[in-house]
Design a protein around this ligand. Structure first.
Ligand code: ATP
Ligand code: MG
Length: 586
């Protein structure tokens, strides 16, 4: 029942709805007692021969009026209680979503999207059920039990009541025992469902790869296995589910047996009238529902609390990077960037991805980062924006260590074009103005021109209003990349980070974009990570990474002089480009 404690903050916030709902529910439970009493009375008067036509008519009218009143009241409490729980569902979902947007990449390195989706859907629904049906059954079964029992004890016979309730302790034990089993099994079942969700999500996003590698059958087989697992786990839950009702019905049957057997003896001994015995059995009948409800309550509460455990596991995980709260950055100063003897390893990883990196980017400079694949270029780019925790005082932005920055303020200084570009399933325009919804049409036009997208747009029937499909599925790789660049340019960021952002365009387009950037961003800082040396050759300074260390650095000419990896790569790429050009011309 701890789940109700955990949901207390919500119940308190919506106490009006809960109080009205619960009061109506209690009133219903009390009113329900009147008809059995009336029936008992009628029978006694019939036997005594004191029942007249008018009295009968009154009693029947009263019972009918009660039925109508109960109808209205039952509707009302349902409306209040279930209405409140729908608000809970929405609140939890918003809270989860808000929380997810705060989490750093480390969190997503560990969790699977499918499981998070399962939390947002199935688990939150299970919690919602606890707060609606659970509270209903808790209040209803408690009130009904207390009221029916009091009526039985006060109006009829405490001896008979006590005897009829002998099986009750057994019932309490059984529901408690089943409840614990159910909690654990339901937890497993929900986790398995999360895995299933993950599988579906991954297969559908990767459907093209799946097809290309003709892996449909193996994937179906592995999906079936996961689905079987979910089914098995749910059957294990269902087995316990199925135990509740028969056990409770059996014990209620025993109660009836005692009630009638012992009751009849009492009538024989004239300790009880026949009318009282009938009323007693009707009251006992009233207890069937609360007893069953108790079983369901246990069931629902255990499901809700298993889901709550899963949900709070995520909600209680603090965002790894909260940033300093105070520092918002001096206004309008140009960003100088510095890394001082930075050594970085990804959480849980043994070896360092970046070692002893010391570099300075002065305001307005353009800096190139090159190096073999896997040498740490992307990691270096991401660290400027504090995506991962770094040792204190190793990265400075505008002279302030990044951990002292307010994270949002820090990140808004950067325009970041990630290597694995991502588009939202909206229109091209919405994707471009993503970082600044109020971007003016001129700003968007300028960004489009600078990212060399004009020609592409002219060929699209709806131009800027063209929807791009999920993740930009309807666009070419190069188009997606350039939309990513335009998105970063629109905000006119202090620092532009291009992570291999020109890899999917041809050499001429690359040259066009780079010359636009040189013109447009003069006085602003730009950092370009690339595989093609041509993308960085005009930079003020170029760093060559090798296995996470700075192996060479200098201007293009200095590096050519040094005749190291950079010079070798540059010559090779130039030779290739010349060959390609000749091929095109021939
Ligand atoms: P490429 O040229 O292929 O883009 P890169 O130079 O950008 O490569 P990074 O992406 O920075 O290289 O990766 C550097 C190293 O860090 C790699 O060995 C990679 O396996 C590791 N790595 C990258 N991302 C993570 C992560 N999220 N968790 C753990 N290790 C990671
Ligand atoms: Mg990279």
């Amino acid at each position: 029942m701890r789940i109700f404690q955990r949901l207390w903050w919500f119940i308190k916030a919506h106490k009006k709805k809960y109080i009205i709902g619960i009061l109506l529910l209690v009133a219903c439970d009390v009113l329900v007692l009147l008809p059995p009493w009336l029936v008992g009375e009628l029978i006694n008067r019939m036997r005594a021969g004191t029942l007249h036509g008018q009295g009968l008519a009154w009693s029947v009218a009263l019972i009918a009026a009660l039925a109508f009143l109960l109808y209205a009241m039952r509707f009302s409490w349902r409306y209040y209680l279930f209405g409140a729980s729908l608000v809970l569902e929405k609140t939890l979902r918003n809270r989860l979503f808000g929380h997810l947007t705060q989490m750093s990449p480390v969190f997503y390195d560990r969790r699977r999207t499918g499981d998070l989706m399962a939390l947002a859907t199935n688990d939150i629904v299970a919690i919602e059920m606890t707060s609606s049906m659970g509270i209903l059954m808790l209040v209803d079964s408690l009130v009904m039990t207390v009221v029916a029992l009091s009526a039985m004890v006060i109006l009829i016979s405490w001896k008979l009541t006590l005897a009829a309730l002998l099986p009750l302790p057994l019932l309490a034990w059984a529901t408690g025992y089943y409840g614990k089993l159910l909690h654990d099994r339901f937890f497993d079942a929900q986790t398995a469902f999360g895995r299933l969700n993950g599988h579906v999500q991954e297969s559908i996003s990767g459907i093209r790869v799946l097809r290309a590698f003709v892996q449909e059958q193996p994937d179906i087989i592995s999906f079936t296995k996961t689905a079987d697992d979910v089914m098995e786990k749910n059957i294990r839950v269902a087995r316990i589910d199925a135990l509740f009702e028969p056990t409770i019905s059996l014990l209620i049957g025993v109660s009836f047996l005692i009630g009638i057997g012992y009751g009849t003896t009492l009538v024989f001994h004239s300790e009880l009238t026949l009318g009282e015995l009938v009323s007693f059995n009707l009251y006992l009948g009233l207890l069937i529902w609360p007893m069953l409800a108790l079983g369901w309550l246990m069931n629902i509460v255990q499901r809700g609390s298993a889901s709550w455990d899963r949900l709070s596991d995520v909600l209680e995980e603090k965002p790894e990077i909260t940033g300093g709260t105070k520092f918002k950055g001096p206004e309008n100063t140009h960003a100088s960037l510095e890394m001082i003897d930075l050594t970085f390893r990804y959480p849980g990883q043994e070896s360092a991805v970046l070692s002893n990196i010391t570099l300075t980017v002065r305001p307005g400079q353009t800096v190139g980062i090159v190096g073999r694949t896997g040498s740490g270029k992307s990691t270096l780019m991401k660290l400027w924006m504090h995506f991962y925790t770094v040792p204190e005082c190793t990265i400075y932005v505008e002279g302030i260590p990044i951990e002292q920055w307010n994270t949002a303020a820090l990140r808004s200084r950067f325009g970041y074009v990630p290597q694995d570009h991502f588009l939202f399933s909206r229109t091209i325009k919405e994707n471009i103005s993503f970082g600044d919804e109020e971007a003016s049409d001129e700003a968007i036009e300028r960004a489009l021109a600078n990212a060399a997208l004009k020609m592409d747009l002219a060929r699209m029937p709806q131009g800027l209003a063209t929807p791009v499909g999920e993740r930009g599925i309807t666009l070419s790789g190069g188009q997606k990349q350039r939309i990513g660049i335009a998105r970063a340019l629109v905000t006119e960021p202090e620092v532009l980070l291009l992570d291999d952002s020109l890899s999917a365009v041809d050499a001429r387009t690359e040259e066009t974009i780079l010359s636009h950037l040189r013109r447009e961003r003069s006085g602003k800082t730009t950092i370009i990570a690339a595989h093609r040396m041509s993308a960085v050759m005009h930079a003020d300074r170029i760093y060559v990474l090798d296995a996470g260390r700075i192996a060479e650095q200098g201007t293009h000419f200095e590096l050519m002089e040094q005749n190291g990896w950079y010079a070798e790569q540059f010559r090779r790429q130039q030779a290739l480009a010349t060959l390609e050009d000749e091929g095109e011309d021939a």
